[in-house]
Structure formats: structure tokens, C-alpha cells
Design a protein around this ligand. Structure first.
Ligand SMILES: C[S@@+](CC[C@H](N)C(=O)[O-])C[C@H]1O[C@@H](n2cnc3c(N)ncnc32)[C@H](O)[C@@H]1O
Length: 192
């Protein structure tokens, strides 16, 4: 999915909520023209990302940014010239359902602020369509998330579209992924 858009292009891509950092290493290996900026909020995860970056030895992975997605401006480096240029893409997997809604708000707001005119936001995970789960396993997962923290939970595509609209973005594609996951692709409302 990412390569459909990124192949043949160059530029900066932020991965939001990178977790261990293993995914960004794979992306960077397969898409060497792209400069990858992993990020996370959690100190242990930032250490893990740094370790995976060192282990991979790839010149197109930058040191992890400490981005707290509840902050719509993400982090200082995004706007003081020490971080990425305007972004070709933002990729975020398995984050917004395992976090309060304000994380989705900050993610979309930041994407609206930092994406290039032709940029894309890729959102991977389980989602509800029209208020309904797409599989019984997602419904069970949603219940277990909400039992652990009532602010967490599988998100509605329609609610995300509303957030996107307020950030100047629109949903342009929904792609089915294995295990009842989806990738939602957002672009600028006035895409270049
Ligand atoms: C389930 S993990 C997903 C990691 C990775 N993207 C993956 O798919 O394996 C969720 C990640 O979101 C991060 N996270 C949670 N709240 C966050 C926030 N407010 N800002 C940035 N990252 C956050 C966590 O630290 C964690 O690394």
C-alpha cells in the first residue's frame, strides 16, 4: 500500500507511534529514497527504536522524535527547522484505538499542518464502518480495550472523516488488510 504511493518519490515520512521500531526498519530498507522519521511518546519505545535504527545501519532512518500526539503541534522539531521538511506522508499503525480520542485529534491536526500539498496520511488498524464492527473479533477486541480503559476503543471511520475535514483532509481510499484490519488513506481536500 505504501509503495503504491511512495515508490519513485523522495521526501520525509513520519511514522507516528512507532512502538518497537521494527516496522520503520522494513519500510526504510524497501524504500531507500524516502527519509523515515520514527516517533513515539514512550521512553522505552524511543530506546527500542534507537536500538533498531543502530542495528539496521540504514542512512535513511533519522533518530526517533518524541512526539506526543495529544499535542496538535506534535513536537518542537516539526517547526524549528531541526526536524523533517513538509511531509510526503504520515504513517500510523495500531495507535488511535489504544489511546484516548484526543490522540486521533492531534494526529489528524498535525497531519493537516505538516503534510505537503500532495501528501498522504495512512492510518492502519481495525475500524468501525457506519457504526458497526467489520468482524466479531474486532467487536471482542473493542470490548476488551474499553474494559481496560473507557477512553480507548475501535474508532468509527465516519468520526475520523469529520476530524479529517476539520484538518483540511479527506478520506480518499479504504484498503482491506489481513485479519480484518484496514488502511485509511487521507489526502488534502485541495490535493496538488
Ligand atoms: C500498539 S502500539 C503500536 C506500535 C506500532 N505502530 C505497531 O503497529 O506495532 C501503540 C503505540 O502508540 C504509542 N502511543 C500511545 N499514546 C501516544 C501518544 N499520545 N503519542 C504518541 N504515541 C503514543 C505507544 O507508546 C505505542 O508505541
Amino acid at each position: 500500500m505504501l509503495r503504491q504511493f511512495l515508490d519513485g518519490k523522495s521526501g520525509d515520512v513520519v511514522e507516528a507511534g512507532s512502538g518497537t521500531g521494527q516496522h520503520v526498519v522494513e519500510f526504510a530498507r524497501h524504500m531507500p529514497e524516502i527519509t523515515w522519521w520514527p516517533s513515539d511518546l514512550n521512553a522505552q519505545h524511543l530506546k527500542s527504536i534507537a536500538a533498531w535504527r543502530t542495528h539496521a545501519g540504514l542512512s535513511n532512518i533519522r533518530p526517533p522524535l518524541r512526539i506526543d500526539l495529544t499535542d496538535p503541534s506534535w513536537c518542537q522539531e516539526m517547526h524549528d527547522g531541526s526536524g523533517p521538511e513538509k511531509l510526503l506522508a504520515v504513517f500510523c499503525a495500531n495507535v488511535i484505538h489504544i489511546a484516548p480520542w484526543r490522540v486521533a485529534e492531534g494526529l489528524l491536526a498535525g497531519a493537516g499542518r505538516y503534510l505537503r500539498a500532495d501528501g498522504r496520511l495512512y492510518l492502519y488498524g481495525p475500524f468501525k464502518r457506519g457504526g458497526k464492527h467489520t468482524a466479531p473479533s474486532n467487536a471482542a477486541f473493542d470490548s476488551s480495550l474499553r474494559d481496560g480503559d473507557p477512553e480507548w476503543g475501535v474508532r468509527d471511520i465516519e468520526a475520523l472523516q469529520e476530524l479529517a475535514a476539520s484538518a483540511g483532509l479527506k478520506l480518499i481510499e479504504i484498503a482491506e488488510m489481513p485479519a480484518n484490519n484496514l488502511i485509511l488513506v487521507f489526502a488534502r481536500q485541495q490535493a496538488a
